[in-house]
Design a protein around this ligand. Structure first.
Ligand SMILES: [Zn+2]
Length: 117
């Protein structure tokens, strides 16, 4: 793999963007190391409609936080593999992941054959 440095830079850029987005929507639980959606501040007593809206917002934010944090985990694991020298190997069969697949998705964990596992 000759473009590993390029892939690493790409991953680090994406990691930074994800972290920024997560900081706007959630907080990092330092015990579990998982991102959690920020709960609503209830400083006044809202009526039922306002409350329903707030819960909807929270659900949405929770879904986004979950998606972003899953992506972040993939990226961090890919960066760790670069460090360990195991980057680019399929987690299922251990063979090299196709280069075009890695170019499209640098944090891919498996080769094309095992991408749906
Ligand atoms: Zn495989």
């Amino acid at each position: 793999m000759n473009n590993i440095q390029q892939i690493k830079e790409k991953l680090e850029v994406e990691q930074k963007i994800l972290l920024e987005e997560l900081r706007g929507k959630g907080t990092l639980n330092t015990v579990t190391n998982e991102w959690e959606a920020m709960p609503e501040k209830m400083d006044t007593e809202p009526d039922a409609n306002v409350l329903a809206d707030k819960f909807e917002d929270f659900d949405e934010r929770e879904a986004i936080t979950e998606t972003l944090s899953a992506r972040l985990h993939d990226i961090e694991s890919a960066l760790k593999k670069i460090q360990d020298g195991t980057f680019g190997n399929c987690e299922t069969c251990g063979k090299s992941i196709e280069e075009d697949r890695l170019n499209a998705n640098p944090s891919a964990r498996t080769c094309k054959e095992h991408m749906n596992n």
